[in-house]
Design a protein. Structure first.
Length: 345
């Protein structure tokens, strides 16, 4: 098939797209060279809704194909674009004093502020950008306890990244000297999503996108924070279940079945994969979603249940991306602590 003829994006449209995105990639959100991408891959469709800003690495992820679906498809890009434009707009409004202090998100009368921290070092060739929430409801004890837990998580994550990036600075300088123009730079971007925010519970899903100099591709990992608000307590997985119950087996059985049901949709030939799974279940799923604590540490509360995240390489290869499974409340109601059941009901 011949290469599609490309119609130049009108300058005023290009300027609008770049301005709305703050000249940052809507996926990784790092400070890198960017370009305007046609979401539907039609170079002649230059309507603003079909355009987004991507860095060269993320743009490459839209093009590479393997035995599975593309790494970064149009549906994902649209979600990243919508989220990023919302964050940019809120940041600008707050800088100019045109919004209430509540900030980005709110659930009823329970506002959440949007916080951002950035750092860049030319000397050590790294940059990071972290977006995270700060609650602005409840008494001072609730606010200080929960917000300290959130900010401490971000600070620890960034400090570990900084130490590693600084330790590899000599190697990155060698790369630049030996291959001028090579991307010898480390970058980390943290974004978040509020899964549930009620008068009793707060659940936050963090996505960490990282790229290290000369790596084959960027990586993403999920981290979660879950809080009881009255009184303020941070939950780990074992804290939400009745002691002595076989909660790991219950979670594993449900997730293994659900993952097998949805895995074929990410293959080039779903029908063929379904037939393969009838003969033999996926060893990767059986291991990565087996009844071990570490397999279920990344979870959040959602309305009517609990969502568990499985990052790339846990139950599938990198090209399959991240999986998640929502375990409905009826499946785990009998083994959850009653305070959790009452909040989720």
């Amino acid at each position: 098939m011949g290469k599609k003829e490309r119609t130049e994006i009108p300058p005023e449209v290009a300027a609008q797209i770049l301005f709305e995105s703050d000249r940052r990639c809507c996926v990784c959100r790092g400070e890198r060279p960017v370009q305007i991408h046609h979401i539907d891959e039609n170079p002649n469709n230059s309507l603003p809704d079909n355009l987004c800003v991507l860095c060269f690495d993320c743009h490459l992820d839209t093009q590479l194909r393997g035995g599975f679906n593309r790494k970064l498809d149009a549906a994902q890009i649209l979600l990243y674009k919508q989220d990023w434009l919302k964050r940019v707009a809120v940041t600008r409004d707050e800088l100019h004093g045109t919004t209430k202090p509540a900030g980005l998100n709110s659930a009823g009368n329970q506002p959440i502020r949007y916080i951002q921290t950035c750092e860049e070092s030319e000397e050590f060739s790294y940059s990071f950008r972290a977006d995270y929430p700060e609650i602005n409801v409840g008494d001072s004890v609730v606010k200080s306890s929960v917000n300290l837990g959130i900010s401490a998580f971000v600070a620890r994550t960034l400090e570990r990244f900084r130490v590693e990036a600084m330790s590899t600075a000599p190697h990155k300088r060698e790369i630049k000297q030996g291959a001028p123009g090579a991307i010898a730079w480390d970058d980390l971007s943290i974004s978040y999503d509020i899964s549930l925010f009620t008068s009793d519970l707060l659940s936050i899903e963090f996505t960490k996108w990282s790229y290290f100099a000369m790596a084959a591709h960027p990586n993403s990992v999920t981290r979660t924070l879950n809080f009881q608000l009255r009184p303020p307590v941070q939950f780990e997985l074992q804290d939400i279940f009745v002691p002595g119950t076989t909660y790991l087996e219950v979670l594993s059985n449900y997730c293994v079945e659900d993952l097998h049901r949805h895995e074929p949709s990410r293959f080039h030939d779903p029908g063929e994969r379904i037939e393969q799974l009838k003969a033999r279940q996926d060893d990767w799923i059986l291991t990565g979603a087996g009844p071990k604590y570490r397999n279920f540490e990344r979870f959040v509360f959602v309305k009517g249940g609990v969502r568990v995240f499985f990052d790339p390489y846990q139950v599938g290869c990198y090209a399959e991306g991240r999986y998640d499974v929502v375990v409905p409340l009826p499946v785990i109601r009998s083994i959850l602590k009653q305070s959790i059941v009452a909040s989720l009901d």
